[in-house]
Every structure is written in C-alpha cells, then in structure tokens.
Design a binder for this molecule. Structure first.
Ligand code: SAT
Ligand code: MN
Length: 593
C-alpha cells in the first residue's frame, strides 16, 4: 500500500531517504497485521507471552531501564519565536532543532523496517477528530498505536480526503538518554522524537499530537485540547451528566473515569460511564454548550495501585488482550504490580525479584488496552458530535490547604483555579517525586504554546451566548495531622460529583467563601461512608492566613507569564486576595483587642 495523497507520498520518501530503512510497511490496521506484528516481537524478544490461561492475549514489554517515563528536560516546543513557547516550555530555534534531530535520524533505520501509521484521533467520522501519520521503526509503537488510536486504512482514507495531517517521525534510536529529543514544530504540524521507546515520548498520537500540537491548533480554531478524563454520571432518574476532569499524570484520572459507585448509590440506580481517561478535546456546539470527545481509543494506564479495591473496572479490562509495560511477573507468569495479591518472582527489568532493588513493578509501569474492554465503556465515546459537559473539574495532589471540593463563582474565577493548580510530582516523568509544582490545568508538560496566551484562550470562551459547564476544584489527597489521607477516594468520589451535579441543577446552595463555593455540611451525602463530622470539617476547612500565603505564591507564579498574562486573570487574583483580606480582618481585630 502507499498513498494517493502526494504530500504524504513525498514525506514518506523524504523520511526514507534520511533514515534509510530496509523496508517500508504501510499499516492498514487489520487484525492480521496486528497478529503478525506480535509474532515478530515474540520472536525478537521485545514481547514476552504472559499466562494465556489467566490472561489470554496478554503480553509484556520491558523497556530499557533508562527509558521508563516522559523526559520533560528533553522535550522542546519550537515555534519560530522563543516568546511564543512561553516560560512553560523548553524552546529551540526550529532550524537548529531540525538540524540537531535530523543528524540523529540520519541512517538510523538501516536494516530495520519503517512503519507508516495513519491514525485518527477521535471517532473516525467526527468533525472534532484530527488525523496524523506516525513513521516509526518500533513494532511496539505500532502495536500500542493500534490500541490507542483509530489506526490504518480508514484513517488514511480520511487523510487523503482532507489532504492534511500531523507528521510524526519517531525512532527508538539507541535508547541512549544522551541521544534523545522530543521536538514539536506547531507551525509545521510536525513532531520528531528520537531515542526513546516509552509511551508519551514515542506514541506520538498521545501527548505530542493530541495535546502539544492540538492545543496550538485548537487555539487558532476556537476549541480546547486538554489533559482531562471524561466520565458520564447517570442518576437514578436516568439523566447522564458528563464531567471532564484535569489531574496531572498518575493522580487518579483513570480511577475516576472508571469509578464504581458506593453500594447505596448502586442500589439507588446510579451508574458511571467511561468516555476517556487522559485527553479531552472540546468545542462549543450550536446550543452554546461545550461538547467533548476523547481523541483516544484506548487506555495507557498506570499499573501500580490498580486493584480489585481501587479500580475493579480497570482490572477487568486488562484481563485479556492487553500489552503490559515494565510490570513484574509471578511464578505462574501472570502480570504483577504493587497493590495486587500474590508474589512477584521476576521484577520489571526481568531480574529475580529482590526487594533490595526497589519495587517489583516500575512505579510508572503501564497497561495498554482498548477502551471497549472497559465494563463501563460508553457508547457515547463514538458519538461524532461528542458529549455536552455539565462540569469541568481541576485537581492535584495537595496534602494540605486545598479543600475536598470548591466551585468557582464564575468562568474567570474557574480559569484562575485551573491556572493556580499545584500538585506533587509523580513517577510519570523523570525527576524528583513528591515535590509541589504549579501545573496549570495539568498542562504544564503538554501546553504547546505560551501559558499566558493559553489562559487568555480559556477566558475567551466566556461569551454571552455560551452555556458553559460549571468549574470546580477538588483535592482527594488532603492529609490529617496523623499524615493519613482524610478522604477515602475512589468510589466515594461520587459523593463529591453528586454535589457538583446538584449545583449544576440548582438543587443546593453551597456556602460562599473567599476561595469559592463549598458544600454546606448537610449537602454532601455521607451515608454509608463512615466519615464522621470532624473529618468533614477538616476536609472542608479554609485556613485564611494559609490561603493568603497561597494567593501570594499564585501571584508570583502568574507574574512569570509577564505581559502575556491576561489582565482579567490578574483582576480575578486581586479580587480573591481582597476577599481573603476581608475575611482575615475581624480575626486580627479580635486578636488585637
Ligand atoms: O507517559 S505518558 O505521557 O504517555 C502518560 C502520562 O504521563 O500521562
Ligand atoms: Mn496523562
């Protein structure tokens, strides 16, 4: 197969001239192609068969030990002008970036097969979907792209019809961290990634296209490309409210997207429907509401911590036809990670398990599985027009200060809440874990342009005819004085989502505070949760002096975006700071009296 689209033909020929592969394979996305790829990887040893009785169709891939997470310090966004990348990105002059990375690509596929993967991000017939072509020398990447995207002949047909596509060139190279770059050229709709075979660095449809390049495209076309899950909450009356939520990597997006309601809710008839667990593209519909699609077709989820108690739907999904990456293995060859019953005998590097070497599964080990395998998968995930959003939720890992939930008083306030998001870092990226960093809208590693312009783009959706979703902020990770999490999380998070939906319906009033609208104590359904009043007080406490410090820190962070920070966001920041000062005053006077 090749293409009727000349620009695609030309680009493939150009890449082949540079990388000099032994063969070129155009992926058609068929099951036969997928089966042949797996056989080849099994022969080469890049895939290992797992226990086919307990896990039919499941395989394990082991990465190079120095190639197990995204590498933000080697990831560049290269618009022509440095200022357009913003302080939130590493920038390189595009000509220099091409030169540097092309030197690595020169001859890198000699003796290897070059795969051409046409793919579509989003339902194949959706006007919100966008297409790309990834060229790679990694069969593992092809197999993952098959699960994660609509890949093959149908995508190619759409590309040939539309005449345009995002170009992604990838080679695993030597897997040498010293010879590794992930480069983005938003103005050329081009991605070049060399030297890593790992998830977000190598599956170019995911973070590179669906977030970094797409966020840039979305800005000029009037939509939003966001790092959000999408979940449908069906109440006992049979109405479904769709909620999108932005949390940084490895903060529970997959768990929330697949939540199982607490028993009392299940008995009352509540249901949860999974649309997506990582990425959300949304745009205003004719009725003024925001409509969202999940551009992905699969889940690339964090394995450790996934268990029958935390996420039975995920565990169910991955019982068959799943690619595991960097997990451990039991004596009878079942995949294993911390949080599962049983004992590992082989660690993620293929060594005999020895606790002295650290966890058996890598903390960022993953499963790749088709979304359709999820028991709560929603048919609406294929809806061409997307689903209308009732609420958008921001959140992060904050051991203190941030209440369980708060609602923004209006869109501008919500954009400030999103911009001010902070979270403790996780194993999803290389570097220190557990350090608080600002991660606006959970897009710090993924926004393909200047954050100041991005905040302005968010604010621009607040139009007179718009019927925007309500904006909220949650924190499942607040700890008590004993250092333990105050909130049980997982299924009980539905209690918080229910409150949000009641707010959307205008059925509860909440309590206004300087930082936003919080639930009144009797508005959160706690029946059967075992959470006592004192704990709820701690979860919803607003510590005014500590919040004043937080506002100070947020102000300093926003100042980093200089003159591109929208004035409306500054005003909003001043408004909240003033409200906090007001709240602090009577206390000071009392203390002084
Ligand atoms: O490594 S990925 O970027 O694919 C996953 C994540 O960090 O969210
Ligand atoms: Mn993610």
């Amino acid at each position: 197969m090749s293409s009727t689209l000349q620009s695609l033909e030309n680009w493939v020929a150009e890449v082949a001239a540079l990388t000099r592969p032994a063969n070129i394979h155009w992926c058609d996305g068929s099951e036969a192609e997928y089966a042949a790829l797996k056989q080849q990887m099994l022969r080469e040893g890049t895939l290992v068969e797992l226990n086919q009785q307990t896990h039919p169709g499941c395989y394990l891939h082991r990465s190079h030990p120095l190639d197990v997470a995204r590498v933000e310090h080697l990831t560049f966004v290269c618009p022509p002008q440095r200022e357009d990348a913003g302080p939130n990105n590493h920038w390189m002059d595009p000509a220099e970036a091409h030169r540097k990375i092309d030197a690595l690509f020169d001859g890198c596929m000699q003796g290897r097969t070059m795969y051409v993967i046409p793919y579509c991000m989003g339902p194949i017939d959706s006007p919100l979907a966008r297409c790309g072509v990834e060229i790679t020398d990694s069969a593992y990447v092809v197999a993952n792209m098959k699960i994660m995207t609509r890949m093959g002949a149908a995508a190619q047909a759409r590309i040939e019809r539309e005449g345009s596509f995002v170009k992604g060139l990838h080679s695993s190279g030597e897997l040498d961290p010293e010879r590794r770059f992930i480069m983005h050229f938003p103005h050329e709709l081009t991605i070049k990634s060399y030297g890593s075979g790992y998830g977000g660095n190598a599956l170019l449809g995911k973070k590179c296209h669906a977030l970094r390049i797409a966020s840039h495209q979305a800005r000029s076309e009037g939509w939003l490309a966001e790092h959000m899950l999408i979940v449908g909450i069906e109440n006992p009356q049979g109405e479904t409210h769709y909620v999108a939520a932005a949390f940084p990597s490895a903060c529970g997006k997959t768990n929330l997207a697949m939540l199982i309601p607490p028993q009392g809710y299940r008995e009352a008839g509540w249901k949860v429907w999974t649309i997506g667990d990582d990425i959300c593209w949304m745009r205003p519909g004719a009725d003024g509401r925001l409509y969202a699609i999940n551009p992905e077709a699969g889940f690339f989820g964090v394995a450790p911590g996934t268990s029958a108690s935390t996420n039975p739907n995920a565990l169910n999904s991955i019982a068959r036809d799943t690619i595991f990456t960097n997990v451990a293995v039991t004596a009878d060859n079942q995949p294993w990670w911390e949080g599962l019953p049983g004992t590992p005998v082989t660690d993620w590097q293929g060594r005999a398990y020895d606790p002295a070497n650290g966890p058996a599964a890598h903390p960022n080990s993953r499963f790749t599985v088709s979304a359709r395998q999820c028991p709560t998968w929603s048919e609406q995930a294929e809806a061409a027009q997307g689903v209308p959003l009732s609420a958008i939720v921001f959140g992060g890992r904050r051991p203190s200060l941030l209440p369980l939930v708060m609602e923004a008083r209006d869109w501008s306030h919500g954009v400030l809440m999103g911009a001010a998001m902070g979270s403790e870092t996780t194993a999803a990226a290389t570097g220190a874990v557990g350090v608080l960093r600002r991660d606006s809208m959970a897009m710090k590693p993924f926004c393909g342009y200047h954050y100041g312009d991005y905040f302005a783009h968010w604010l621009s959706f607040d139009q007179p005819q718009a019927r925007l979703p309500k904006l909220f902020h949650v924190n499942w990770f607040r700890k008590g004085s004993d250092g333990k999490f105050l909130w049980p999380g997982f299924g009980d998070n539905l209690r918080v989502l229910e409150w949000m939906i009641k707010r959307v319906q205008g059925r509860v009033d909440g309590v206004e505070t300087p930082i936003g609208i919080l639930p009144a104590h009797d508005e959160l359904e706690l029946d059967g949760s075992g959470i006592e009043r004192a704990r709820l007080d701690a979860l919803l406490a607003v510590d005014t002096p500590a919040w004043q410090e937080e506002l100070h820190a947020i102000g300093a962070y926003l100042d980093e975006f200089g003159s591109r920070l929208p004035e409306r966001l500054r005003q909003e920041h001043r408004r909240v700071a003033a409200a906090l000062a007001d709240a602090a005053r009577p206390q000071c006077e009392a203390a002084g009296a």
